[in-house]
Design a protein around this ligand. Structure first.
Ligand code: KG4
Ligand code: ZN
Length: 352
C-alpha cells in the first residue's frame, strides 16, 4: 500500500485514541522549536531555541545564519522536547512541521528533518501553515474556545483580521495594505536606536514614556477593516531624523510610547469596527505582536466595555514556538489533511 493510503488509515486510528500525541517542529524564522502536544490542546513539552544572539549584531535576521543554526540545533531541540515530555519517538502518533510562510532556507531544515522522521517512523506527516499555528496557540490556553470567531493576527509579517469559520476554514476580513504591525515596530525601534529584536524593546521603553507627546498621522485605507502602517512609519522616521539633524537628544521613551499608541489604536479601532459590524461576541488575538503590553491592556478594557469576550494567547505562546504548530496539526489531522513525503517549503504560503 502507498505511504499516503497507509497513513490515512493510521490517521483514522489516531483520531480514536484518547491521548494521541504529535511531535511538532517549527523553524520558519529565527527560532528552532519542537513540542509534544497531546489531544490537540495539552502541551507536554515546548522547547524554543532563540537565535537572537546570533543575529543581533546585524540588526535583523540573516537568512543564511538562521538556516545554519537550525541545522546545528534541530536534533538537540527535538530530543529535548521528547525528553521533557518523558516520551520516545516511537510513542509519537504523528509528526508535524511548519511548511510556510517564512524564510525558505530556514523552513527547509524543519521540513526535511520532520519528513525524515515521519518516513523512518512510518507515522503520518502533517504540514502546518505558520499563521494557522499562531491562531491555534489560543486552544492551548482556552479550552472553551472553538470556531466560529474573529481573530486579529499580528506578527512580523501579518496584520490580518481573519474569521475562523466552523471546520477551521479561514476567511479574510481585512489586512494590511503595506507593512505588518510587527515590521513597523521593528523599524521604529531601529530608528530610535533600540537593538534587535525591536518590537519588545520598544514596548519596554514605551512603558516609561508619554504617549501624547507626539501626534502621529492616522492612515486612510481602502477597505474599512484594512490596516496601513507605512505612512505612520515614514512620519515617525521624519520626526526622528528632524531631531537628529537639529542635534536634539532623542526622547526615546516618549517617541516609543507615541508610536506604540498610534499602532495599537489603529489595530483596535479596525478590529472593534469589524466586531460590531459583523455582530461578533468574541475576539481572539494571535501572533508575536499580541505580546505587546499596551495592546493587551487596551483591547481588554475596550472588550470589557463593549461586552465582548476576549481571548489572548499566553505570553509564552505569542512568539514563534512549536506547541502552536502541534495544536494546529491536530486540527489538520482531524480533517484528514495529511502531507505527502514530497512536501516542499513554501516561503509565501497563504492561509487566506
Ligand atoms: O509571530 P512572530 O514571533 O514572528 C512572525 O511570525 O513574524 O512575531 C514577531 C514580531 C516581531 O516584529 C516582533 O518585534 C514583534 O512580533 N513583537 C512585538 C512584541 N513582541 C514581539 N511587537 C511589539 N511589542 C511586543 N511586546
Ligand atoms: Zn510567527
Amino acid at each position: 500500500m502507498k505511504y499516503r493510503d497507509r497513513m490515512l488509515i493510521k490517521a483514522w486510528e489516531i483520531l480514536k485514541k484518547p491521548d494521541a500525541r504529535i511531535l511538532a517542529i517549527e523553524s520558519s524564522c529565527d527560532e528552532t522549536a519542537a513540542a509534544v502536544i497531546a489531544t490537540g490542546d495539552i502541551c507536554l513539552s515546548n522547547i524554543v531555541y532563540s537565535q537572537i544572539d546570533l543575529h543581533k549584531i546585524y540588526g535583523g535576521v540573516v537568512p543564511e545564519i538562521a538556516s545554519r543554526a537550525h541545522v546545528e540545533k534541530i536534533g538537540a531541540v527535538v530530543d529535548a522536547a521528547l525528553s521533557d515530555a518523558e516520551l520516545t519517538f516511537e510513542e509519537m502518533d504523528a509528526i508535524a512541521v511548519t511548511s510556510g510562510p517564512g524564510l525558505v532556507g530556514a523552513l527547509l531544515v524543519g521540513v526535511n528533518y520532520a519528513k525524515g522522521l515521519a518516513y523512518s517512523l512510518d507515522k503520518p506527516f502533517i504540514a502546518v501553515n505558520h499563521i494557522e499555528g499562531h491562531i491555534c496557540a489560543n486552544y492551548l490556553t482556552h479550552q472553551d474556545l472553538a470556531p466560529p470567531y474573529l481573530c486579529l493576527v499580528v506578527s512580523g509579517g501579518h496584520s490580518h483580521l481573519i474569521r475562523v469559520e466552523e471546520n477551521d476554514h479561514y476567511r479574510l476580513i481585512g489586512c494590511t495594505q503595506d507593512d505588518a504591525a510587527g515590521e513597523a515596530f521593528d523599524k521604529a525601534a531601529r530608528v530610535i536606536g533600540l537593538p534587535y529584536p525591536g518590537g519588545p524593546k520598544l514596548d519596554t521603553a514605551a512603558e516609561l514614556g508619554k504617549a501624547d507627546r507626539f501626534l502621529l498621522p492616522k492612515p486612510r485605507t481602502q477597505g474599512s477593516y484594512d490596516y496601513s502602517f507605512s505612512g505612520l512609519k515614514t512620519a515617525f522616521i521624519n520626526l526622528t531624523h528632524g531631531m537628529v539633524q537639529r542635534d536634539e537628544a532623542l526622547p526615546v521613551n516618549d517617541l516609543a510610547a507615541s508610536f506604540r499608541k498610534a499602532v495599537v489604536d489603529q489595530l483596535i479601532d479596525k478590529a472593534m469596527k469589524a466586531v460590531k459590524d459583523m455582530g461578533e461576541t468574541r475576539l481572539v488575538l494571535a501572533g508575536g505582536v499580541s505580546a505587546n503590553s499596551l495592546l493587551r491592556r487596551q483591547i481588554k478594557s475596550v472588550c470589557d466595555e463593549e461586552g465582548i469576550k476576549l481571548y489572548l494567547p499566553e505570553l509564552k505562546y505569542c512568539g514563534d514556538n512549536a506547541a502552536m504548530i502541534g495544536a494546529a496539526a491536530f486540527r489538520r489531522l482531524s480533517h484528514l489533511d495529511l502531507a505527502d513525503l514530497s512536501l516542499n517549503a513554501n516561503p509565501s504560503l497563504r492561509l487566506v
